[in-house]
Design a protein around this ligand. Structure first.
Ligand code: AMP
Ligand code: MG
Length: 339
């Protein structure tokens, strides 16, 4: 694989530009939108991205220059085409188009969910995993099969991170809620039953979040946070395990911001041990939203001829990972991948 790609992520809170080649991340500069109160406000996040777009792009080019790489060495520009907040996606796409035009290089539209998977395959020993991708807005169990990443299970309403954040907001904790819920859960003494909603291979977290808020009336913050985590994590581990059984794969990869949670990692680790599967967690910088993953999948796509014209580069807030034709995994390698 050859080439150097500059990628821009900006689907939600994190605006991040990175330059990668096949060996490693050459440079990365990010600037996070932090809501003053409450959760992510889409328009304010987009305004943040517009304000800092030139800062992250200039910054990453500057950083690369110090390592001997010139802007003229960049072969393609990639960007998060979706899923994500419409206003944020449009802002980042505009910056990417301008950059591609001014450097006279092709544009690559990247599916954000698949970027999480591919950066995990790059930065861990995982080759053909079942991926549990749990972030603010998304919760999916994904695995590759015959030219596509298939969605084996997913949330029917909100992402697990949003469920945590929603509960945290109503409980008077700040944003993001996940890390604080994890802290409280450590000092719990009792498990309180909460709605466990797995429908076939799909999940629902909205009712669970509301029930956790209601449970605060008669229970301690510690016990509610613990019970919320135990219930939600048991649900996602169950679906991940069934995807493993169904596909016959023997690796699990964790992706997305919720993957920072140590209790979730422990539960996945136990399940994988019991099944004789390997469990992989990338370094933290590659787990939440980051520019490097967009640049890296951009490189895989560029290298396999998967580029787009500016005219066809519109964003898609509901872009599904199973809509993407996986050009970067040769079909004759599929057998090898699975061994
Ligand atoms: P992402 O959308 O992938 O950037 O991830 C952001 C989400 O991860 C937010 O909803 C956070 O609440 C959640 N999150 C971050 N750290 C933790 C944690 N330690 N435990 C649970 N959720 C977390
Ligand atoms: Mg994400």
């Amino acid at each position: 694989m050859k080439g150097t790609v500059l990628g821009i992520e900006g689907t939600a809170w994190n605006l991040s530009a990175a330059i990668v080649n096949e060996k490693d991340v050459i440079a990365e500069v990010s600037d996070m939108y932090k809501p003053p109160t409450g959760g992510i406000h889409p328009r304010e996040a987009a305004q943040h991205h517009a304000k800092y777009a030139s800062y992250v792009v200039k910054g990453v080019l500057e950083e690369a220059k110090q390592k001997g790489l010139d802007a003229s060495d960049i072969d393609a520009i990639s960007f998060s085409q979706g899923p994500g907040l419409g206003a944020c996606l449009r802002t980042v796409a505009t910056a990417a188009r301008m950059l591609a035009i001014s450097l006279d290089v092709p544009l690559v539209g990247v599916n954000h969910c698949l970027a999480h998977v591919e950066v995990g395959r790059w930065k861990t020993p995982a080759t053909d995993p079942v991926t549990l991708y749990v972030s603010g807005a998304n919760s999916q169990v994904l695995a590759y099969r015959m030219g596509r990443y298939r969605v084996f299970g997913e949330t029917l309403d909100i992402g697990l991170g949003n469920a945590f954040d929603k509960f945290a907001r109503s409980a008077g904790l700040g944003h993001p809620g996940g890390p604080q819920i994890e802290q409280f859960a450590r000092n719990a003494s009792t498990y309180i039953p909460l709605p466990y909603v797995v429908k076939g291979m799909d999940l629902s977290f909205s009712g669970l979040s509301t029930a956790a808020t209601a449970a605060l009336k008669d229970n301690s913050m510690e016990d509610v946070c613990y019970s919320f985590q135990e219930t939600a994590f048991a649900m996602v581990v169950e679906v991940t395990e069934r995807a493993l059984a169904h596909t016959g794969k023997n690796e699990v990869l964790l992706a997305g911001g919720v993957g920072a949670n140590m209790r979730l990692r422990e539960m996945l680790d136990i399940m994988c041990n019991e099944r004789g599967a390997n469990f992989y967690v990338p370094e933290k910088r590659f787990m939440g939203d980051n520019g490097a993953m967009i640049a890296y999948l951009g490189l895989l796509m560029y290298d396999s001829g998967n580029v787009i014209d500016v005219e066809n580069s519109h964003v898609n807030p509901n872009f599904r990972p199973d809509d993407v034709d996986v050009t970067w995994i040769p079909r004759d390698l599929e057998e090898g991948m699975q061994s």
